[in-house]
Design a protein around this ligand. Sequence first.
Ligand SMILES: Nc1nc2c(ncn2[C@@H]2O[C@H](COP(=O)(O)OP(=O)(O)OP(=O)(O)O)[C@@H](O)[C@H]2O)c(=O)[nH]1
Ligand SMILES: [Mg+2]
Length: 646
Amino acid sequence: MINVALFGNPNVGKTTVFNLLTGSNQYVGNWPGVTIEKKEGYLSNNIKIVDLPGIYAMDTFSNEEKVSKNYLENEDVDVIVNVVDASNLVRNLYLTTQLMKYNKPIIVLANMVDLADSKGIKTNYEKLSKELNITIIPVIAKKKVGLGDISSIIEKSSKDMVRYSIDFGNETETYEKLESIISNCSEAPLENRKSISDYIDDIALNPILAYPLFIGILLLLFKFTFDWVGGPLQEEFGKLIENYIMVPVDDMLSSSSPWFKSLIVDGVLGGIAGTLPFFPLIFTLFFGISLFEDSGYMSRAAFLMDKIMYKVGLSGKAFIPMVMGLGCSSPAIMATRTLESEKDRRITALIAPLMTCGAKLPIYALFVKVFFPKNEALITTSLYLLGIVVAILVALVLNKTVYKTEAEPFVLELPQYKIPALSSLLKNTWNKSKGFLIRVVTVMFAMSVVIWFLSSFNFNGFTEDMNNSFLSILGKLLAPIFAPIGFTDWRVSVSLLTGLGAKEIVINTMAVLFGDLHQALPTVFTGVTAYAFLIFSALYTPCIAALATMRKEYGNKMMMISLSYQFILAWVTAFLFSTIANLIIGSGASIEYLIGGSIILAAALILFNKLKNKSSGCSSCSSCSSCPSHNTCGHESENTKNATNQ
Ligand SMILES: Nc1nc2c(ncn2[C@@H]2O[C@H](COP(=O)(O)OP(=O)(O)OP(=O)(O)O)[C@@H](O)[C@H]2O)c(=O)[nH]1
Ligand SMILES: [Mg+2]
């Protein structure tokens, strides 16, 4: 067996190559630090390939970089396939010179030749290969170009006895040598031409436009999800399930015994019909999020958040696990491994579950449809922003109280914008959303039946009066906890409790307990308590899977902290909201005006703050490279230097 290790800087396409060669489906994203654990696959019967996290150099490394270094040093690696970015050869080949010291056969894949071409960089790879005395193959992994002969090249290399002879000297000398060799073999445009990415960044990172643009893009994402694509699909899907499953089954069972009919119609089908229609919505949202990730915009969002994150003592890089939290908290907690300091890792793991994960979306979708049908996108955006803002505030408090240290400098490299390939977009979207489908037919199905049982039986056997059921006893015990917020119905308390299993189960349970939710919910909630319920759902205790990940990564204590602090936080926030909102609404304002007004006020404050700073000369916004006064103001943040000098 030939053991091949994929090595290279972050975000150069290693996983793309890995997926292509092994037929795997590993996650590819347009930012550094996507892969955090080694992944194995087979190219053929006798060639094993291991995908590793990106690594800039063998001597500076964060947690996930250590995985790569340790793998090379402790495992039996026969051939190193070193993926490099063809548009940034000097920096990428620096790692190659370090790999040469291990005296293992190296095959360099100069990937993203398409990107190099678009930048006007033309390289003679044969010549470069001779100069460096190493195999270099130009490829475009995304378009499957150039990897046809890779099997035989790997087999041939594995038999080579190698000893790379070039001594490059210390770091500065190595860079100088590489620069001179590459300039001999490569034609680059004399002037650093402004690329399309730079033009886009002039707007996307513009000190004044960037933040409104970010909020605008979020709004657009939810318009796309709720109004344009996901919402209409959800409605159609719901009708199909109703007409072709619910109605026929109901008819079929019209003469069955009441408990059996209730089990099938309310228990099994009620739960599934209540949740399954949300699938198109979830799929559409994840499609949008994948589009941002793969195009490169998410990295800009992280870059923009840097200033805010830095103020609360975190590095901007901590925003990446938070973005992953939009999908699911478990991988988000795992992604905290990419952060350099233990303090950053812990704080970020504690705040990442505050982000709205995909499982909370069905709760939002249902409630905004029933209570705020005219402003679905606006209300949903407010909840996503709430997650971000509360997460940042919690980080601030933790940083001021528990972990009192300085933030690490930010070293996030901004990738080029790319037009994502549809196939990889769909693959990413499917990978993110399939968990929901699996949960519908497993956990949610099982929970529906359990909830049905507990709500349909009491000590005397089957009962059609839910208020006398086993579940009502539990619900009535819990109800006083939530009553101050305004959730007085015991069925609401039970739904929140079952949501600890997985957040979608909240809706699942409600569907079993209330029947037609569109009719039932307005009898249980007012506009204010409905939004308070959304706030509570957005912030309360992470689900079991996320808590298990927290325990695995950080131990029991962190898990308990996460579990309890989020519950208290959610309760207090929802309570404050409903109390204050009721006071204001008592004076005649509508809840939609209240929420809309708060968002506009927040945006105005940010803008005002920016303009005020701007008039004093420098906005110190971490976006110096795109700032018109960049050359004159004399301010250059540590962050910008790190991010642009990479
Ligand atoms: N233009 C272009 N983009 C590519 C090519 N190969 C990969 N990409 C894109 O580059 C980005 C990074 O790809 P990944 O395969 O995740 O990179 P990686 O090296 O595994 O990244 P880390 O796991 O973060 O170290 C993705 O957006 C890919 O779609 C290529 O040949 N050309
Ligand atoms: Mg990768």
